[in-house]
Every structure is written in C-alpha cells, then in structure tokens.
Design a protein around this ligand. Sequence first.
Ligand code: HPA
Ligand code: ZN
Length: 339
Amino acid sequence: MENIVLKEYINNIPKAELHLHIEGTFEPDLIFKIADRNKIKLDHNSVEELHSAYNFNNLQEFLNIYYTGAKVLLTDEDFYDLTWAYLEKAHSQNVIHTEIMFDPQTHTDKGISFDTVVNGIYSALKDAEKEFGMTSKLILSILRHLPQEAAFETYENFFNHRDKINVLGLDSSEIGNPPSKFQELFTRAYYDGLKLTAHAGEEGPPDYVWEALDTLKVNRIDHGNRSLEDEDLVEKIVNNQIALTVCPLSNLKLQVVDDLRDHPLKTMLDKGIKATVNSDDPAYFGGYINDNFIKTAEALDLTEDEIYKLVKNSFEASFADEKRKNEMIQLLEKYKVNN
Ligand code: HPA
Ligand code: ZN
C-alpha cells in the first residue's frame, strides 16, 4: 500500500489517547508565553535554545528537564491554557476521547494549590466536550520517587474533586521504586471506586509488571514493553485482556528501543496483547498521536487492519462508560478494512 493512503487512514480514523502527561504537552513557545505572563525568568533565552536542551538519553534525564518546564505554571489560567493547547491539537488529529495524567505533587511541592491545578485542567476538558464533543477522564498520577506518605497527603485532595478525577496512576523514576511501594494507597483507591493504572516495564523489569497487576490490581499497564521478556506474564496479560498503553516515540527518545524498526508493538499484537498507541509527552518526544502511529506504521510495515485493531483496543481499554465506548466503537465501523 502507498504510504500516503496509510497516512490518510491514520489521520482520519477516530481514536482515543490513553497515555498522556499534560505537563509533557508543554511546548517551548507556550512555556515562554506563560513564563513571561508570570514574570519568571527562564534559564534559556529563546524557544530554540530551550528546545535544543531537549537532549536526554534515558527516563531520568528526561524527567529532570520536564519538571523544570512545569515550574512556570502558577494559576488556573496557566493550567487551562496548557490543557486547551493539547486538546485543540488532539482534536485536529481526530482524538475523540482522551485520558489525561497530571502530576499534582510537581505543583503542590512548589506551593501551587491542588485546586488550582485540577480546576484549570478540568475547565479545559469540559470546554473540549462542549466544543468538540471530545470526552475525557482525568488520572491523578503519583510521583513514585517520593514516599508513600507524600502520596497519601496528595490523595486526600481527591475527596474534594471526586466529580473530576476518575483514575489513580503511578509515574516518574521507575527503577528502585517498585509498584509494591504503593500497595496501601492503591488498595485504598480501589475501595474508593477509582480505576487504576501504573507505569511498569518501561525501564523496570517484568517483576514490576507482575507487582502492578497482582499487588496494585491495576486495570491497565502504562508502557509494559518489558513484559515480553516473561512468557508467563504475557500469558497473564493476554488471558486477562490487560491493555498496554504503548508510546513508540517516547520509547525511541528515552532509548527503551534503539530503532523504531525494533519496536515490540507488532510482536505485542501478534501475541494477542491488547496494545494501544499513545504519545506520552509529545512536546518532548517529537510527535503527537498521529506521528506515533505513522512513524511506527512505516517502521514496522503495519497494515490498515493492524491500525484498526490498535484503535479499537484504545476504545475497549478506555475508562469511558459502556454507552460511550459502544458509541465510539460504532464510529469506527466505517474504517473497517474489507478483506
Ligand atoms: N515514564 C515515567 N514517568 C513519566 C513519563 C514516563 O514515560 N512521562 C512523564 N512522566
Ligand atoms: Zn508516561
């Protein structure tokens, strides 16, 4: 098939994004605009200079830069503008449902209130629903390099925002911070009725994926690439229809894979794993969701059928209610490939 046809198919097909850090959508030009508005002096003198500092070789080097960018966010309006910029882009790429992670501790640790962060993000989500018909879920993500006590303090805020927050997540530096560190918190969240997800098997070993499933009882795994190293784990993931929210361009930039042609996405599909495609931190990793699909499809020779499957997986694995899920899957029907 001609690439141009596949690109158009990818651009047009309605899709869900399930692994997206809102702080990771902060584009250099918006960082400058908001820094200016808040009278904050940045270490870099121009958008280009800031952009050229984005050279990281692993997760930790990336996180150091990413937490620095987030420092200029102070007000409800800042969080609104950040979220709105992402939603407009996602809408232009035919994302019809998105599940957004935010890291409250990054902001509350510098004195910004939890309410400011959530209210700013949530107003933008509601506006996108009104304006674009785009639905969403909000994922409160815990920084795993901090102690569980700190996570519990942050979690207390959830009770004032039950109407806005739907999911508990776990991100930041994986190695040395296994999922089991947060067992009590995730048990609590489970009984509070939240859905659960955790980053696991991005840099960390298959054991961390086992822990996320068996100890934290997560509904989904973020990344999960290293699951493929353990056949019993693959069997469990397949049998339990656990979705992996895979982020190919992130994996390339953070050197989880050396070349997109070696990316495990196709292998995951071939093994019957419910894999999905997502952008993770698109402002830092060189592409939004369609770029992730297109570049990976080119590298792995994915067919329209496989793209369809990945998109269908994203709707099935979403935390949208059944009615919305069925509606979205219905919309997909006309993109089904005739064999
Ligand atoms: N992994 C862990 N933590 C993160 C990531 C990631 O890919 N992106 C933002 N926080
Ligand atoms: Zn992530």
